[in-house]
Design a protein around this ligand. Structure first.
Ligand code: PLP
Length: 384
């Protein structure tokens, strides 16, 4: 028999099934809060103006498509550095371009596994579903702790502290830098300032996943937690995605950064791991980001459009709260919240009210156009 005979069919992504159901729903009032991409007030996921302009520049000026190297576009990573870290000692920082935030997470996970096989990773739950298989596939061991209580809609800070205190020195802790996916429940600045030194004190290695910078409280505010972690800890891994804040999703743009006294050694390992995985990352998306960040005009345009996106998300949250404060969306940050609804209520929302959301109760608030807000609030009230 074939080696492949041992394989069994795998479940498909439930979110993809939801996309199909939504597409085939003939009701014109249907509302899609399932898919995790930004939508504007017209329900579109547009190409940002700065991205279009940068693509024009690349089309005109790009002279070669020759290989770059396993580090990808080094200027891209360099230009992102101040946006992410603010002031930082560049001698203690290394980084490579990756295929999206997912590639950055995978590369970081493989770096950790290469450092020590079977390394344990503390992960607050619920989390982005791909975190778990991704870390496990790299050979890491997941140690879950409770991040958010859906029923009471509260961030479990005591549980977070207890997990850090119970960890073994050398364990890794995975943290969402901002706009927690799927709950929208972020640490406050005070909470970051509590856990950042505690992580150092306990000898843990922080791995920050920053996938939505600029979509929460603004570019600097969304990096404040990460910067507190960097200020207190000798080593930090950062998985960064440009796919949401530049609207580049399918171009797969991200970077992995590592802050360490051994930056040169770590960089050489990142290059070796990248070479063994994807050899080198795809260029186009990072070239767009580099072109934008190398131009003051395009950077200003990008920042303004990103801020408008952020404010629209905020206005949806406030709009829902104005209709029904009990839904409580103003307590969370970014595109996602997780509603305390059971499977039956979620199915009724879909079948009776044409409101689509993930089976977990996660909603993408950017899925609401302004005129759909009252219908959504009424539908949730009706099933509650
Ligand atoms: N991390 C989190 C928390 C995410 O929500 C996502 C995407 O949904 C990613 C990482 C991966 O982003 P990318 O599309 O850049 O791979």
């Amino acid at each position: 028999g074939s080696v492949l005979d041992g394989l069994t069919a795998q479940p498909s992504d439930p979110l993809l099934a939801l996309i199909g159901l939504f597409r085939d729903d003939p009701r014109t009032t249907k509302i899609d809060m399932g898919v995790g991409v930004y939508r504007d007030a017209g329900g579109k996921t547009p190409v940002m103006a700065a991205v279009k302009a940068a693509e024009g520049v690349l089309l005109k000026d790009q002279q070669t498509k020759s290989y770059l190297g396993p580090e990808g576009d080094a200027r891209f990573a360099e230009l992102l550095t101040p946006i992410i870290f603010g002031e930082i000692d560049r001698a203690r920082l290394c980084g490579v371009q990756t295929p999206g935030g997912t590639g950055a997470l995978r590369l970081g996970a493989e770096l950790l596994a290469r450092g020590r096989a079977g390394t344990r990773v503390l992960v607050g739950t619920p989390t982005w579903p791909n975190h778990v298989p991704l870390m496990e596939a790299a050979g890491l061991q997941i140690v879950p702790f409770k991040h958010f209580d859906v029923a009471t809609q509260t961030l479990c800070f005591e549980e977070t502290l207890a997990a850090i205190n119970a960890a073994t020195p050398g364990d890794v802790i995975l943290l969402h830098g901002c706009c927690h996916n799927p709950t929208g429940a972020d640490y406050t600045v005070d909470q970051w300032n509590t856990i950042a030194p505690l992580i150092a004190e306990r000898g843990l290695l922080p791995f920050v996943d920053l996938a939505y910078q600029g979509l929460g409280n603004g570019l600097d505010a969304d990096a404040a937690g990460l910067r507190a972690v960097v200020a207190h800890n000798p080593e930090v891994l950062v998985a960064y995605s440009c796919d949401k804040n530049f609207g580049l999703y399918r171009e797969r743009v991200g970077a992995l950064f590592v802050v360490s006294d051994r930056a040169a050694v770590i960089q050489s390992n990142l290059l070796a791991l990248a070479r063994a995985n994807w050899s080198m990352p795809p260029d186009h998306g990072a070239a767009i980001v580099r072109t934008i960040l190398d131009s003051p005009e395009l950077t200003a345009s990008w920042r303004a459009e990103l801020d408008a996106m952020r404010l629209r998300i905020l206005s949806v949250r406030e709009g829902v709260a104005a209709c029904d404060p009990a839904i409580g969306l103003t307590k969370q940050t970014g595109m996602f919240s997780m509603l305390p609804l059971n499977a039956e209520q979620i199915r009724t929302l879909r079948e009776v009210h044409a409101v689509y959301m993930a089976g977990s109760g996660r909603i993408n608030v950017a899925g609401l156009t302004p005129d759909a807000i009252p219908a959504f609030a009424a539908a949730v009230a009706a099933v509650r």
